[in-house]
Design a protein around this ligand. Structure first.
Ligand code: FE2
Length: 492
C-alpha cells in the first residue's frame, strides 16, 4: 500500500480477527504540527490540477482495461447529456429538489415506505421534518450556548474572537442529541436505505459513534469550504475494495450504479494517507440536526441532489480530456489529491454545472434532521443573509462495520477521558473538556441504545431477524470492546 511509505506514525488500532482472509485496517494518526491544518483541500488555484505520480496511469488502466474503452467513451457521452437535462430540472426546482419527508412516515419496521425511500435514494439527500420537537432542539442549543459561555477557551474556528464552532464533543446536549430515541430512529431509517448481502459484515441497525461538534453561525459573510466531497478522495479510485463500489461506472454502465449498495463500502479504506482534514471512519451519510430556523440564504448547507450522475461524472472525469475524449495517459485527477480533501470546481467539472445543480437545502426548523450521501458534492452557503443564527449539531450515520470498530473503541476512550476524538486534532496547551466538571459523562446516557452507540454496552447477538453479517460484526465489536463473555454466540 502506498500509504505505508508515509512518515505518519501508525496508531495501533488494527482490528484483530481470527477469520482467515479478513481485511485488517490500520488507521493513520492525525498530526497536530503547527501549520499542518493550513492546507486540507486539494489546490484549487491553478487552471489545471496538479498532475499525480505516474503510478496513477497504471491505476486508471487497472480500473478500465482496453476492452472497456469503447463502452466507457459511450457512457461518458450519455452521462454528459443526462447531466445537461438534470441541471435544467434542478435549477427549475431549486431547494425543493431536495426531498422533505416526515419523521412520522417511518414505519413500525423502522424503515421509510418504498416510494419515499426511492425518492431519497435517487436524490441522495433529504430533510426529515420533526425528528425532535422544536422546544427540545432549542433547549439543546440554549444549553450549548450556556456551556461555551462558561468555557470561552473552548472556542474553535474561524477565530477565538468570533467562533462558529466550538471544540466540544462531550457536552450533555450533544450526548442527548446523539442518543435520543427518535434521533436513533431517524438514523437507523436512513442507514437502512443501504442494502447488502446476508453475509456482508455490516450492521445498518447499529451506530458506531463519531463525535462531531456543533455550529452557531450569525448573519454576514463568512469564509466557507469549497465544493467538496467527504468520505475520502483518491481512495475512491486507489483503494481496491473502495473502487469495487463503482464497478458499474468503470464498466461504462453508470445507469446501473447503485449508490446505496453497501457490499464493498464496508471494507473500503477512506483514508489511505491520514490527511489532516480527512475523516478516518466510514460515514454512510453525513447529517446535522437543525437547532435554528435554517433555510436558503441563511447560511445553510448546499447540495448537488443527484447522487448517481454526480458520482459517475466525478469518478470518470480523470479518464477524459478537455475535448471529452478518452485519455488513459494523463494523471490529472481533478481535485482528488492523495492526503487532501476532494474538491470539485467549475472549470475542472464543467458538465456538473455547479451554479445550477448545487442548491440550498430547504427550510429546516429546529428539530429537523438533514442528511446527505457520503459521495455527495456539498458546500456551506457563503453568505448568511438572514437575521438570526444558523445553528446545527453534526450527527452523521456511522454504521457498525469492521472498519468502524476501532473508531468506536477510540471514541469510547476519548469520551471517558474527556479529550477530543482522534480525528479532531488538539494542540499543546489547548483547553480540553476533561477540565470541565459539567461535561457529559457515561452516567448521563440513560438508554441501552444510547450506551451501545458509545461502546458502553454489548451489541445483541440474538436479536430476531438480523443477518449473518450483522451477527458477525456485532460479535467482532463486542470482542474489540472487551465484552468477551457475551461474544460466544454460535454462528449459524
Ligand atoms: Fe463536508
Amino acid at each position: 500500500m502506498a500509504a505505508a511509505t508515509l512518515s505518519h506514525r501508525l496508531s495501533m488500532i488494527s482490528l484483530t480477527s481470527t477469520q482467515a482472509g479478513r481485511r485488517e485496517f490500520t488507521r493513520l494518526e492525525k498530526q497536530a504540527a503547527a501549520g499542518h491544518l493550513t492546507q486540507v483541500w486539494s489546490d484549487l488555484e491553478a487552471d489545471l490540477p496538479k498532475p499525480l505520480e505516474h503510478r496513477f496511469v497504471d491505476l486508471k488502466k487497472r480500473l478500465v482495461p482496453p476492452e472497456q474503452y469503447e463502452a466507457l467513451q459511450a457512457s461518458w457521452d450519455r452521462l454528459r447529456i443526462a447531466l445537461k437535462e438534470r441541471a435544467v430540472e434542478i435549477e427549475a426546482a431549486g431547494p425543493d429538489y431536495i426531498p422533505t419527508v416526515l419523521f412520522t412516515s417511518i414505519g413500525p419496521d423502522g424503515t421509510f415506505p418504498e416510494d419515499i425511500a426511492k425518492l431519497i435514494k435517487s436524490r441522495g439527500c433529504c430533510v426529515i421534518r420533526g425528528v425532535v420537537s422544536r422546544e427540545q432542539a432549542l433547549k439543546w442549543k440554549s444549553d450549548l450556548m450556556d456551556y461555551v459561555r462558561k468555557h470561552p477557551l473552548i472556542a474553535g474556528p474561524p477565530s477565538a474572537q468570533d467562533p462558529q464552532i466550538w471544540k466540544t464533543y462531550w457536552t450533555k446536549p450533544q450526548l442527548e442529541g446523539r442518543t435520543h430515541p427518535d434521533m436513533i430512529k431517524a438514523q437507523v431509517a436512513m442507514s437502512k436505505l443501504y442494502s447488502c448481502d446476508e453475509d456482508t459484515e455490516v450492521d445498518v441497525g447499529s451506530q458506531a459513534l463519531y463525535a462531531d461538534r456543533f455550529r452557531i453561525r450569525w448573519p454576514g459573510d463568512s469564509g466557507t469550504l469549497p465544493y467538496h466531497l467527504d468520505n475520502g478522495s483518491i481512495e475512491r479510485w486507489e483503494d481496491e475494495e473502495n473502487s469495487k463500489t463503482f464497478s458499474a461506472i468503470w464498466e461504462g454502465r453508470w445507469e446501473e450504479y447503485d449508490a446505496f449498495d453497501m457490499n464493498h463500502r464496508t471494507e473500503a479504506c477512506v483514508d489511505l494517507y491520514g490527511g489532516p482534514g480527512a475523516c478516518s471512519v466510514f460515514r454512510s451519510l453525513q447529517g446535522w440536526l437543525s437547532l435554528a430556523d435554517n433555510g436558503p440564504k441563511c447560511g445553510t448547507i448546499e447540495l448537488l441532489p443527484d447522487i448517481k450522475l454526480s458520482t459517475a461524472y466525478i469518478l470518470l472525469r480523470p479518464f477524459f480530456d478537455a475535448n471529452n475524449k478518452l485519455d488513459m495517459e494523463s494523471t490529472y485527477f481533478y481535485g482528488a489529491d492523495p492526503g487532501f480533501g476532494q474538491v470539485v470546481k467549475d472549470t475542472w467539472h464543467p458538465d456538473l454545472q455547479l451554479s445550477k445543480t448545487v442548491v440550498a437545502a430547504p427550510k429546516a426548523a429546529p428539530g429537523d434532521y438533514v442528511f446527505w450521501h457520503c459521495d455527495m458534492v456539498h458546500k456551506v452557503e457563503e453568505k448568511h443573509e438572514g437575521t438570526k443564527d444558523s445553528s446545527v449539531m453534526y450527527i452523521p450515520i456511522v454504521p457498525l462495520t469492521a472498519y468502524n470498530i476501532s473508531n468506536l473503541v477510540e471514541q469510547r476512550k476519548a469520551f471517558i477521558e474527556g479529550v477530543p476524538p482522534p480525528d479532531m486534532i488538539s494542540r499543546d496547551g489547548e483547553e480540553l473538556e476533561k477540565e470541565h466538571e459539567d461535561r457529559g459523562l457515561a452516567k448521563d446516557i440513560l438508554t441501552l441504545g444510547g450506551k451501545r452507540i458509545f461502546g458502553l454496552a454489548p451489541f445483541d447477538l440474538t436479536e430476531d431477524g438480523i443477518t449473518r453479517g450483522q451477527i458477525e460484526v456485532r460479535r467482532l465489536a463486542n470482542e474489540a470492546l472487551g465484552f468477551n463473555d457475551l461474544a460466544t454466540y454460535d454462528r449459524q
